[in-house]
Design a protein around this ligand. Structure first.
Ligand SMILES: Cc1cc2nc3c(=O)[nH]c(=O)nc-3n(C[C@H](O)[C@H](O)[C@H](O)COP(=O)(O)O)c2cc1C
Ligand SMILES: C=C(O[C@@H]1CC(C(=O)O)=C[C@@H](OP(=O)(O)O)[C@H]1O)C(=O)O
Length: 388
């Protein structure tokens, strides 16, 4: 499966075309809209999220609530476009009109300067419109389709926030994935630890008050993946590497880890590798899951545990030093609106990109045209893995 996205942050809409989704998958706008709404929430979001009310239009590839096997086109309207028609070139600007025509002052931490040099844009709006994380809207829409595939195979995905602005959540949770998901849903910062939640919200308030921004760490857990998805046989078949790439592709994400991740550097092997057990009912299991569900680029059958680190939002009310590309004069940037923390929202994006990679790998490996064939192949594979 593959997908492309298109659309500017303040243009009329965002679009994704998704190819390779098997025929016969149940898919309704409500599956996607639920995910879009989750991405819009989260403490620390700015005023833009009060303007948008993301709703998907399914324009191709689905009839009577079921996928056809043909490309699926999904679009989401940018309501804010109505306020940006002139700036975006959809309406002429009168000569005497006060409209900010060009952005010549690059914001540190954004794609502005590098993108302008690369594409030769003297107006950096031509860069920021596309580098904006508004694009993650349709990635969440594509991820919702992937989640639907996983769900029909009994595979569940949940994401939550484990750190914001240096406040760490206690992550020793023994509840079911469903309970974990519900708790995250009920928390304004998508955090399971209610003590940490309060401190995280205070950290966001403090940062906002000081004109600053903060980042954090999100975790995605996936239960029910069959063993042996992905492969060690070629570097670009390693599914853990694809997950790391997917996490790193989210705007502002600067690191990814699987299982104990970077912590493995500090531990001896006896405290890292997961001992192998066997019982008649389940077949092979592991005593621990430090590997986060991966060995040799393949799933172990244990829960997939992926984390990603998000840097602080780059647009600050406390201005940072930059240079005007026309005058070459130094200036301190001033801004109109921004999120002060988008880590909770980004955890929903992280779920989507992880779901996409896992669903793609399954569809590629277990026959890729019809959903019922894939279901049967996965069922047989699970059975043979258990009896191996
Ligand atoms: C959900 C989400 C919302 C974001 N909101 C903002 C924002 O309001 N203001 C901002 O400056 N950056 C925001 N970002 C981050 C920027 O898009 C990102 O840092 C920038 O495009 C530069 O890319 P890079 O950080 O990946 O290098 C957001 C990121 C995500 C994932
Ligand atoms: C629009 C979204 O996020 C935007 C991501 C973003 C950025 O620079 O990445 C900047 C802000 O946009 P604006 O400049 O229009 O206020 C965020 O609101 C969204 O998540 O849907």
């Amino acid at each position: 499966m593959r997908y492309l996205t298109a659309g500017e942050s303040h243009g009329p809409q965002l679009t994704t075309i998704i190819e390779g989704v098997p025929a016969g998958l149940t898919l309704a706008a409500s599956h996607i809209n639920g995910e879009l709404a989750r991405r819009q929430k989260g403490y620390g979001r700015g005023r833009r999220m009060q303007i948008e009310k993301d709703q998907v239009n399914i324009l191709s590839g689905v009839r009577h609530g079921s996928t056809l096997g043909s490309p699926i086109t999904l679009t989401v309207e940018n309501r804010d476009f109505q306020h940006w028609r002139k700036i975006m070139g959809a309406e002429p600007i009168a000569d005497d009109e006060e409209v900010k025509r060009q952005i010549t002052r690059p914001r540190p931490g954004h794609a502005d300067l590098n993108g302008a040099i690369k594409y030769g844009h003297r107006d950096m709006r031509n860069v920021l419109e596309r580098s904006s994380a508004r694009e993650t809207t349709v990635r969440v829409a594509a991820g919702a389709v992937a989640k639907q595939i996983l769900s029909e195979l009994g595979i569940q995905v949940a994401g939550h926030v484990i750190e914001i602005g240096g406040v760490k959540a206690n992550t020793t949770h023994s509840e079911s994935l469903e309970t974990l998901r519900q708790k995250a849903e009920d928390s304004p910062v998508r955090c399971l630890d209610s003590e940490a939640e309060k401190k995280m919200m205070k950290a966001i308030d403090d940062a906002k008050e000081q004109g600053d921004s903060i980042g954090g760490i999100v975790e995605v857990i996936v239960e029910g993946m069959p063993v042996g998805v992905g492969s060690y046989t070629q570097y670009d078949n390693k599914l853990d590497a694809k997950l790391a790439g997917a996490i790193m592709s989210i705007n502002a994400f600067k690191g990814a880890e699987i299982g104990v991740g970077f912590e493995a550097a500090h531990r001896p092997g006896s405290e890292v590798h997961d001992e192998i057990l066997w019982n008649e009912q389940d077949g092979y299991t592991r005593r621990t899951n430090n590997a986060g569900g991966f060995e040799g680029g393949m799933t172990t059958g244990m829960p997939v545990v992926v984390r990603g680190v998000m840097k602080p939002i780059p647009t600050l009310y406390k201005p940072l030093q930059s240079v005007d590309i026309d005058s070459k004069e130094p200036f301190k940037a001033s801004i109109e609106r921004s999120d002060s923390c988008a880590v909770p929202a980004a955890s929903v994006v992280a779920e989507a990109v992880v779901a996409w990679e896992l669903a793609s790998a399954i569809v590629n490996q277990f026959g890729n045209d019809q959903m019922n064939v894939i279901k049967e192949n996965v069922r047989r594979h699970r059975e043979s893995a258990r009896d191996f």
